[in-house]
Ligand binder design. Sequence first.
Ligand code: SF4
Length: 703
Amino acid sequence: MIGKEVKSTCSYCGVGCGVVVKKNAHNRIEVEGDKNHPVNKGMLCSKGMNLHYVVNDTSDRILYPEMRWSRSHPRERVSWDDAMNRAAGVFKSIIRKHGPDSVGFYVSGQCLTEEYYIANKLTKGFLGTNNIDTNSRLCMSSAVVGYKKTFGEDSVPGSYDDIELADCFLIAGANPAWCHPILFRRIEKHKEENPEVKIIVADPRKTDSANFADLHLQLLPGTDVILYNAIGRQLLKKGLIDKNFIKNHTEGFKEFKDRVMELSLGQSSKLCGVPASDIKKAASLIGRSKGFISMWAMGLNQSVVGSDKNFSLLNLSLVTGQVGKPGCGPFSLTGQPNAMGGREVGGMANLLAVHKDLMNEEHRKEVARFWGVDDISPKPGYTATEMFDALEEGKLKAIWIICTNPMVSLPNVRKAEKALKKAKFVVVQDISHKSDTVDLADLVLPAAGWLEKEGTMTNSERRISYLEKHIHPPGEARPDVDILCDFAQRMGFRGFNYNNTEEIYREYTQMTRGTNIDISHLSYDRLKNEGTFQWPVPEYRHAGTPRLFQDKKFYTPSQKAVFNIPVSNGNSLTKPNSEYPLILTTGRIRDQWHTMTKTGKVARLKTHYPDPVLEINLVDAYLNNIKNGDVAEVKSPSGTVRLRAKVTENVREGVVFMPMHWGKQLNHDLNRANNLTSDRVDPLSKEPDFKYTTVSVQKFRKK
Ligand code: SF4
């Protein structure tokens, strides 16, 4: 409706900025930042400001179901009825022949909570397998392990409002200036108004975040544990610790102390490549601060030692007693708008809904009772990379991919591509033909996108927002929950005949009753009328919970927070060698988001980086006879890419950087960063390592 304003939440990163949307006289969508939203107070970053272009341009949209009867035939338009009957028929047949663990769902941190909930209920409760995982596995599962083992549950303690109350920030393995810009703008403003506020950035690259910092710890890739343990050692040495908090509210301090004392300051400094004086300075800033916040993202999580990196960083908050008070706390930044909501409903292969534990028999029974099914399988499902390994091995026969583009985002992507081609049946449910994954689907289902459906999301600070439907989806596209419930009913399952999305939300919120994430009193009406809320919201008039653990009672059996001891110091599996002498780290650029299926449509967002470039240090460029703008050929044990070199001092000697966004469709196969990455994962979180791949680089010469 022209002129009618609706409030929504940005569909990109986990900051969760509020936007006001309306249609202009030409029936085009316009967006602006919501001045009354507690997260962004009217601000939007370059991606958020251009959301309307993505919605208004429907040229790439999937408009109707497409199906192929065999791999030798092209896909053709079919009716929804034919498409859904085929999906149900094939799934039934595969399950009958090979059992429930032969099918799986691969979903996304962009799914709304209701969609995540239904996909999880369908898979774990009714299909009888735990083979549902999410692309959030690729970005934050190490943080989940960190929180669970430290606090007893996957619970972010603080709020963005703690930013303005803190006086020291350690931004670790993150570049919020580009990847969480509105959050970073709040930090910048806070520092501009309070020059005594100190910012430390730990990153192998000189990023915009690092350039703004008071102290940049430019560590060698993979040595984070050594660095944070060295800071911990220094805090102990200088007595900059909270003895009362440690004694009364933590476990494992002795083991922590023993571990951080293993290496001298000099040894740590040498191993992580950070001057000892800078380690001392970081410890002094952290230890003397009144409010210390650590913020981290993929630089810590995406690693074969991602859980260890999380432990070592979380330990700094425990040893300084900086948890559960205003202006402090560890704070993981989620990369996707609803990665947190997915965690709440248990949308991962090893989780159950409402923070219940798949390995706990009583929890499985409780969830089964709630859904009205006999039982939940005790066998953990395949995680993201395991799912593609299982396709390769023929154990997984059918995969249903929702709202994600693994043919760009998975590590060692050529291997994953081969695996997907081996699948007996691939369903892709998405909005855009620009996804490389759509090309490999046997059945393509057109889904409704942002503003075309209703539902809820949770941002990085546990803030739940309601997203209103504002426009009709194009063509025959349908909301994801409609598609999933339709499929479930064609499979013959009870419990999926909801009248609307609100009924799904209500069912989920009743499941949270009495848990630590209780939102059983948070209705759609309250969200629509009163705005956003941070969970838990356990009573009818409850205003939400900005800060957890203010009573210093944690969710562990002893109610104490736990110092977890990192097992390893670094990426010991691979080291640079004569064949692959450099370390590749991949990441994001300011104006693109994930695999560019949305931001890649916006011309003005391409001006910042029209094409991917390889950042290479002056010395390495000289040694490899590469000049700025040359085409460099980068090789790893997994594959090859070719792209222009950008000779820069922003990366240190021995390290190269490449953005991860580009896939085959947007350029060509040789620009895909994940041709190079390995599929090694962290043993606890099963999160892959996108931050440490040994590579060789040489100037490309056409033969
Ligand atoms: Fe959207 Fe994130 Fe930018 Fe906010 S910071 S406008 S949520 S992309």
